[in-house]
Ligand binder design. Structure first.
Ligand SMILES: *[C@@H]1O[C@H](CO)[C@@H](O)[C@H](O)[C@H]1NC(C)=O
Ligand SMILES: *[C@@H]1O[C@H](CO)[C@@H](O)[C@H](O)[C@H]1NC(C)=O
Ligand SMILES: *[C@@H]1O[C@H](CO)[C@@H](O)[C@H](O)[C@H]1NC(C)=O
Ligand SMILES: *[C@@H]1O[C@H](CO)[C@@H](O)[C@H](O)[C@H]1NC(C)=O
Ligand SMILES: *[C@@H]1O[C@H](CO)[C@@H](O)[C@H](O)[C@H]1NC(C)=O
Ligand SMILES: *[C@@H]1O[C@H](CO)[C@@H](O)[C@H](O)[C@H]1NC(C)=O
Ligand SMILES: *[C@@H]1O[C@H](CO)[C@@H](O)[C@H](O)[C@H]1NC(C)=O
Ligand SMILES: *[C@@H]1O[C@H](CO)[C@@H](O)[C@H](O)[C@H]1NC(C)=O
Ligand SMILES: *[C@@H]1O[C@H](CO)[C@@H](O)[C@H](O)[C@H]1NC(C)=O
Ligand SMILES: *[C@@H]1O[C@H](CO)[C@@H](O)[C@H](O)[C@H]1NC(C)=O
Ligand SMILES: *[C@@H]1O[C@H](CO)[C@@H](O)[C@H](O)[C@H]1NC(C)=O
Ligand SMILES: *[C@@H]1O[C@H](CO)[C@@H](O)[C@H](O)[C@H]1NC(C)=O
Length: 520
């Protein structure tokens, strides 16, 4: 099993296993009733925007060709993000290279990433998803952090960055090099959430309300060997000072609850009890809610790794309008960025966009069909939780998995996809040399999806009533590979570039030429 799992974290298992059996988290001091800020530390990110692996991997030998052609580019740029952690030291190498001893590690506090969840209404009442990770953060010296951080930087080094960026890069590195804690029992305490608290507005996710009761302690169970937990658990209908939880088939309002992890103050989250019927937006983050530009690798890595997160144009005001004007609109942020960097994403989102539940790439993917994309797995999970809700799906064209998985949801869950909104990164960013494939949209009702250029294209759309298309935005959809450089996309039909190479190869070649000629 271990060998089938790619993440370096698994390579850290020997460290975990060598350590004494982890103690259960200590019982905490009494949980305060006042609303805390649910989100905790910021983390930088090596975002995983390019899900090109599947198209690239399908071409034998391309991976090694690209690594050689791309020269100074780390291999994970070419091979796709699932291999992202490949270049990290592994196993005992981590322990020895970092000089971590078991006793040093044992002395560091246990931390918990608690990812804001969603609950659906079932015969047993509310059924809440608990998801997160238990880990310890070794104390790594600054010079060692610099060395490790430099692995990620293209054409620069931590030492050459402005101080704030260098700090951010070291911070990120430290947070990636954590040691997950397997087989630890996790206990959560739930309280009604007086305010959403972390999104810079007082009301949070649309009109989410504070339930009258529901305070309780939940035994979430043991973490996996990778330190993860991800499970749905029914909530008891406990009364509180303001009454009970409202049943999900008898309200349209979203109820918010704070979920505190016992034994640490690093594991606070606000989760959402989402009614049976209503409208949910599932939103990607990179290059739709923030500027990432990983399709320009050097730039993308700096944006992800060292620079402060920046919203993409005026998207925050589009979301703010939706949050305020659409009653009981549930926001769910679904990104395939690695779990280790979730805190950074949450920190940015809750400061900039409406509150909502969250999904990122789980560490252990062994229980999922290898052919299933992580995004599809996460999408199916939320769709299966709400067979009667409708969904707005939003992202950008630079993810090959989005281009396949979003339209596939419309086919798999008929009637549940209300709108698909995709920013065309190629149309506004000439630096995006990666093509995108619109063939997944063939056969879908063209009033249910729109490709757009800038956030303003979304203004005035009545998405609640199914108006997904701004007729002033020219669509140009060929249902084939588009966005090829050199105007190749203007050529006919299913674009077959010479020698049977796909668009991805062409883009990669262009990138390689760019490297050689200094364009990129
Ligand atoms: C968790 O915290 C709650 C509230 O403080 C407490 O009632 C419960 O006993 C704790 N559980 C464990 C296992 O520590
Ligand atoms: C990273 O930065 C955050 C926010 O500034 C801070 O809370 C956290 O402790 C830092 N982590 C490390 C490992 O330095
Ligand atoms: C709501 O759900 C509960 C539990 O499934 C069920 O007993 C009840 O009849 C439902 N009420 C309505 C109005 O559908
Ligand atoms: C981390 O290690 C340095 C150097 O060994 C030490 O000075 C510092 O106190 C340690 N920090 C923590 C939080 O243990
Ligand atoms: C976790 O809790 C279960 C049930 O209470 C118990 O059987 C198990 O031994 C505990 N595991 C650890 C590692 O403490
Ligand atoms: C909880 O119980 C109360 C009192 O019986 C009832 O009014 C309420 O609908 C129940 N809520 C849920 C979520 O079951
Ligand atoms: C988490 O919640 C607890 C209880 O309200 C609070 O004491 C703690 O400061 C919170 N932690 C953070 C990082 O906000
Ligand atoms: C609630 O969500 C779970 C997990 O996705 C799903 O298996 C179950 O069918 C859902 N229940 C209902 C009534 O929708
Ligand atoms: C949608 O499809 C219809 C015919 O199926 C076509 O007339 C119309 O131009 C299409 N709209 C767009 C925006 O492509
Ligand atoms: C459609 O093509 C036009 C002309 O090339 C371009 O300006 C526009 O941005 C494209 N539309 C989209 C949604 O990509
Ligand atoms: C459509 O897009 C244009 C251009 O961005 C924008 O001015 C307009 O408000 C949008 N909405 C509608 C309904 O036309
Ligand atoms: C705000 O959102 C509502 C609901 O979708 C929409 O009807 C309205 O036109 C939007 N306003 C702007 C300025 O986009």
């Amino acid at each position: 099993m271990i060998t089938s799992l790619p993440h370096v974290i698994l390579a850290l298992l020997p460290v975990v296993l060598a350590a004494p059996a982890p103690a259960p988290l200590p019982t905490p001091a009494a949980v305060a009733t006042k609303a805390p800020s649910p989100m905790i530390t910021a983390r930088a990110v090596l975002a995983d925007r390019i899900e090109q692996r599947d198209i690239i991997d399908s071409i034998t030998g391309l991976g090694s060709y690209l690594s050689s052609a791309l020269g100074t580019y780390p291999s994970y740029i070419a091979s796709g993000v699932p291999n992202f952690f490949q270049d990290f030291p592994t196993g005992t190498a981590v322990e020895s290279s970092l000089g971590i001893s078991d006793s040093d590690l044992a002395a560091t506090p246990t931390q918990v990433l608690n990812i804001p969840g969603y609950a659906n209404w079932t015969e047993q009442g509310w059924n809440l998803r608990f998801r997160g990770n238990v880990y310890k953060q070794p104390n790594i010296s600054e010079s060692k952090l610099n060395d490790l951080a430099n692995i990620f930087l293209i054409g620069t080094s931590v030492e050459a960055l402005p101080p704030a960026e260098a700090t951010q890069a070291r911070n990120l590195t430290a947070e990636i090099f954590v040691v997950q804690q397997g087989n630890v029992n996790v206990t959560m305490h739930i309280e009604p959430a007086p305010s959403q608290g972390a999104d810079g507005s007082s009301s949070g996710s649309a009109n989410a309300i504070t339930p009258g009761g529901g305070a309780q302690t939940i035994d979430v169970g043991e973490t996996t060997v990778e330190g993860d937990f991800d499970t749905f658990i029914p909530l008891a209908n406990v009364s509180g000072s303001g009454g009970y939880l409202l049943p999900g088939n008898d309200t349209t309002q979203i109820q918010r609850i704070n979920v505190y992890t016992n034994g640490t103050d690093t594991g606070n989250a606000t989760s959402f009890l989402v009614p049976t019927a209503g409208l949910t937006i599932i939103s990607d983050i990179d290059d739709i809610l923030r500027v990432t530009r990983i399709y320009q690798p050097a730039d993308g890595l700096l944006n992800s790794f060292a620079k402060a997160f920046t919203p993409w144009m005026n998207m925050p005001s589009i979301y703010a309008n939706w949050s305020q004007s659409i009653p009981d609109f549930h926001f769910h942020y679904l990104t395939t960025t690695p779990e280790q960097v979730t805190r950074n994403y949450m920190d940015f989102i809750y400061k900039t966009y409406p509150g909502g539940s969250f999904d990122t790439r789980p560490l252990n993917f062994s229980d999922v069909s290898a052919t299933l994309s992580i995004r599809k797995f996460l999408l199916e999970k939320i769709f299966q939780s709400y067979p009667k809700r409708k969904f707005i799906l939003i992202a950008d064209t630079s993810n090959s998995d989005v281009m396949k998985d979003y339209p596939a949801m419309a086919t798999e869950f008929p009637g549940q996809v209300q709108c698909i909104l995709l920013r065309n990164t190629s149309s506004t960013d000439s630096g995006d040399k990666f093509p995108y494939d619109t063939s997944g949209f063939k056969g879908l009702d063209n009033s249910t999806y729109m490709f757009f250029n800038i956030p303003d294209d979304l203004t005035g759309l009545d998405i609640v009533n199914g108006q997904c298309v701004n007729s002033t935005i020219k669509q140009n959809i060929t249902f084939s590979t588009q966005g090829l450089p050199f105007g190749l996309s203007k050529k006919s039909g299913a674009v077959k570039v010479q020698n049977g190479l796909t668009g991805a190869v062409v883009a990669a070649l262009v990138m390689a030429f760019g490297v050689v000629s200094g364009v990129l």
